[in-house]
Design a binder for this molecule. Structure first.
Ligand code: ADP
Length: 306
């Protein structure tokens, strides 16, 4: 199975004619609330793609947390390790989208910032050989490192999506990179991690991915948005061009890609095939509005690839 240890948020989204300037108040559209957070998004994608998926995350003791639990459970996820932490708020993202589609976001981490590995420590049955632990960076790095260490000890594989990347250098992140098996980074993250200058073409990005392997993981994947993705593993490199998509909203594409790659790893697919499936899943996610709502099912992905 796929075990996601990560964040869950409620996103509060308002469309406005422009992003307000400091000190300014403007009127926006009707408020839309949507389930979000990279952990929640990736867990929903993994479940829709057919993996038995466990979400280890935390919410506050409030209505937002109850609503999120109901939504996530409705996706077929195992939410038995979704902890309620008293005295803190459920994670929330305040999002303003302007007429050009540019956005401005403030995240209040709330319970996500208090997620510890208590659950992972007690549920030793969660991770074993063939399972994949899937991480992002919206919960404390120390928690992710502890989970990764336990997963490796239990014989599971660990994938880290380096989003959002914290300020570097970061000693805990360095240890985490040295512990995991697979890293999935976007262009900006890969550049920051390696200190490299932007390559001119996908082959150059594949060389850069090999540089990311130098930080510890055996397999490094770099996503290139509309240019697809590349990977490097044990001296081999892979270049996967993007699939054509009628792009509506790229929100969630990176989360969908990382989740699809985790699912492919759990199935033991070869790297080239995992890369192809993840790119296709990411492309499908761009054709629909929202993040969790936009995630494809396994059937849809198979049909897309036929
Ligand atoms: P992030 O949002 O994390 O920066 P990317 O923009 O690299 O992630 O997108 C992740 C993946 O989603 C890409 O590797 C690609 O497979 C797919 N994708 C993103 N944008 C497009 C696009 N315009 N057309 C087709 N596929 C896309």
């Amino acid at each position: 199975s796929v075990v996601v240890v990560g964040s869950v948020n409620l996103d509060f989204v308002v469309a406005a004619p422009r992003i307000p300037a400091p000190g300014e108040t403007i009127l926006g559209s009707e408020l839309v609330t949507r389930p979000g957070g990279k952990g929640g998004n990736q867990a929903v994608a993994a479940a829709r793609l057919g993996a038995e998926t466990v979400l280890v995350a935390a919410v506050g003791d409030d209505r937002m947390g109850e609503d999120l639990r109901r939504t996530l459970a409705g996706e077929g996820l195992d939410v038995s390790e979704l902890t309620v932490i008293a005295g803190v708020s459920t994670g929330a993202a305040l999002i303003v989208v302007d007429e050009r589609g540019e956005n401005s976001i403030v995240v209040a981490p709330g319970a996500n910032g208090k997620l510890d590995t208590d659950r992972i420590t007690r549920r030793t049955d969660l991770l074993g050989p063939g399972d994949v632990l899937s991480l992002q960076i919206e919960v404390p790095l120390a928690t992710s490192l502890e989970a990764a260490t336990r997963a490796k000890r239990a014989g599971a594989s660990v994938l880290l999506n380096t989003a959002p990347l914290p300020p570097l250098p970061n000693a805990t992140l360095e240890r985490l990179l040295a512990t995991i098996d697979v890293v999935v980074a976007n262009e900006g993250e890969a550049l920051a991690l390696t200190g490299a200058t932007p390559p001119a073409d996908p082959a150059g990005w594949a060389d850069l991915a090999a540089g990311v392997c130098g930080l510890g993981p055996r397999l490094a994947v770099v996503t290139l948005g509309e240019h697809g993705a590349v990977a490097a593993e044990g001296g081999r490199s892979y270049v996967q061009p993007a699939f054509a998509a009628d792009v509506v909203d790229t929100t969630g594409a990176g989360d969908c890609f990382a989740a699809a790659f985790s699912v492919a790893l759990a199935r033991g697919l070869p790297t080239g095939e995992a890369l192809r499936r993840a790119c296709a899943a990411g492309a499908i996610a761009t054709t629909r509005l929202g993040a969790q709502e936009a995630m494809p099912t396994a059937d849809e992905l198979d049909r897309f690839l036929e």
